[in-house]
Design a protein around this ligand. Structure first.
Ligand code: C2O
Length: 528
């Protein structure tokens, strides 16, 4: 097989993606970062150099949704699978394109992704449904004008009683306009920075690879006066179904086919919309636009579309993924019986300094960059059945593990309890899990569509509800299962699945990654 080589230089930079000039972190000077492309089965080698000496920040890149089968040390999670890449050093990730479809990569160090360390990945292979034109990635993101550290501090460290930040904008492929009249502090700002543009062909079918690469906000995606045919969720092809809006939590993807208009309808131009909602619990946030042109001249001139907004099918829909019986995977896999069930109750509280933290079975997760959990597992320090202090849950030698997330108000009489539950995009590394159930209230034990349940790697856990998933333990490693909202993972919303500890022990490739990254990180941390 072929190896595809990339080099990423991560450095601070100033850009104005929506017209408002802000401090960012850029990959090779770009936001979003460069496209990673490969054919199914290719190897990918990415050398990441950290040029953040002036900011004194480590970094790492995680390849969202790839299974990293047999390459768990390349998963890019500092404190779990490696030490952070130290400023002034570099690290080479080598892993396989083990899926076909659309995804993204992002920094997994604090909330660096909020300041720009995100980019698209596309892996080509057999088509699960026919289309004429591949228009490539459509990255949807909430946008925040302050540097990410300020936001993390605002959410975590000032005694704030909430776990969110309000966004300033919503961007599509890194672009949107902003109304600079609201800027009073003298920050350079241009009101007419323009939006992303797409060219449609009359009567042709177009593939759009939708990815929510944001920090917090749910996106519900629509194209005025056009339907969307969903052909895959995350990396998993599904039986096509047609809808007029697609809801994506952070980290979720959908490949959709859009049929081009014909006749007089193909002489007009249309808006694509990224309607942003913060966890469905907060007031509406700014939405993003991109323009779709049928006419090449209009495309060149960036003429303003005049289309009418698409009505939503169901006003409740934006807060959840569609009902589990809406579709099913093209490749049928029935749900096997589980031989281990891990139930996680979600709660939140204040820590000793009054800051909000998430509790998972009464334990919050605090990352320790100096002591990656995979290193401890490799050294044979087993945690069985679990080690609460590290939020480590071991599968032992179980072959099918079921995880039940319960997101209800656990003890409203506790004075430290915040009376808030949110919708959480729940992402598991290293697997496509089968989704057995989600909905409001506790799980009643019913499996939806047990003959062929939906599989994906990120799913919305409803507010005051449950999410039940399971996977087969065919991929030894330490895999985080976490909420993908940046402020939630940084307030402890993460568990570590230690999968098949016996097969993690004593792996030379794990030790090599740990030794290399931790030596540079220790040297940087102790440089004076
Ligand atoms: Cu997309 Cu743990 O991440």
């Amino acid at each position: 097989n072929v190896t595809r080589y990339y080099h990423f230089d991560i450095a601070p930079g100033t850009l104005a993606p929506d017209g408002y000039q802000k401090q960012m972190l850029l990959i090779n000077g770009q936001y979003p970062g460069p496209l990673i492309e490969a054919n199914w089965g290719d190897w990918i080698e990415v050398t990441v150099s950290n040029s953040l000496q002036d900011l004194d920040e480590g970094t790492s890149i995680h390849w969202h949704g790839l299974r990293q089968y047999g390459t768990q040390y390349a998963d890019g999670v500092p404190g779990l699978t490696q030490c952070p890449i130290a400023p002034g050093s570099n690290f080479t990730y080598r892993f396989r394109a083990d899926h076909v479809g659309s995804s993204w990569y992002h920094s997994h160090y604090s909330a660096q992704l909020t300041s720009g360390l995100v980019g698209p990945m596309v892996f080509y292979g057999p088509k699960s449904a026919p289309y004429d034109i591949d228009l490539g990635p459509v990255l949807l993101s909430d946008m925040y004008h302050p540097y990410y550290e300020k936001l993390v501090e605002r959410v975590n460290n000032n005694g704030s009683e909430v776990h969110f930040a309000f966004s300033d904008n919503s961007v599509i492929n890194g672009k949107m306009v902003f109304d600079c009249s609201s800027v009073t502090d003298g920050t350079p700002c241009v009101s007419n920075s323009g939006v992303s543009k797409f060219q449609f062909q009359p009567g042709k079918s177009h593939l759009l690879r939708l990815v929510n690469v944001g920090s917090s906000g749910l996106q519900f995606f629509t194209i005025d006066e056009h339907d969307l045919t969903v052909i895959s969720n995350d990396y998993i092809p599904v039986k096509p179904y047609t809808t007029n809006s697609v809801t994506l939590g952070v980290g979720q993807r959908a490949d959709v086919i859009v049929h081009g208009k014909t006749g007089a309808d193909a002489e007009r131009n249309y808006w694509m919309r990224a309607n942003l909602s913060v966890l469905c619990t907060l007031p509406e946030q700014p939405y993003g636009l991109a323009a779709i042109y049928y006419d090449e001249k209009d495309f060149e001139d960036s003429k303003t579309p005049t289309s009418a907004p698409q009505p939503l099918i169901d006003a409740d829909m934006p807060c959840s993924n569609p009902p589990l019986n809406t579709t099913s995977p093209v490749t049928r896999i029935p749900a096997p019986p589980a031989d281990q069930t891990i139930t996680i109750h979600i709660n939140n509280t204040k820590n000793e300094t009054g800051h909000p933290v998430y509790l998972l079975n009464n334990q919050t997760f605090r990352v320790n960059y100096n002591e990656p959990i995979l290193d401890l597992a490799d050294e044979g320090i087993f945690y069985y059945p679990s080690d609460p202090e590290w939020n480590v849950y071991s599968t032992g030698n179980s072959s099918v593990v079921r995880i039940v997330w319960e997101n209800q108000k656990v003890d409203p009489s506790d004075p430290n309890f915040y009376n808030l539950t949110f919708t959480h995009p729940m992402h598991l590394h290293g697997h496509d899990y089968q989704v057995l159930s989600y909905g409001f209230g506790e799980w009643d034990g019913t499996i939806i569509n047990p003959e062929n349940p939906i599989r994906r790697d990120t799913t919305l856990l409803p507010a005051s509800g449950h999410l039940v998933v399971q996977f087969t333990t065919d991929n030894p490693g330490v895999w985080p299962f976490h909420c993908h909202v940046a402020w939630h993972v940084s307030t402890g919303f993460l568990i570590n699945i230690l999968e098949r500890p016996d097969d993690v022990k004593g792996q030379p490739r794990i030790q090599k990654t740990i030794d290399q990254t931790c030596a540079a990180w220790d040297a940087w941390s102790n440089r004076n």
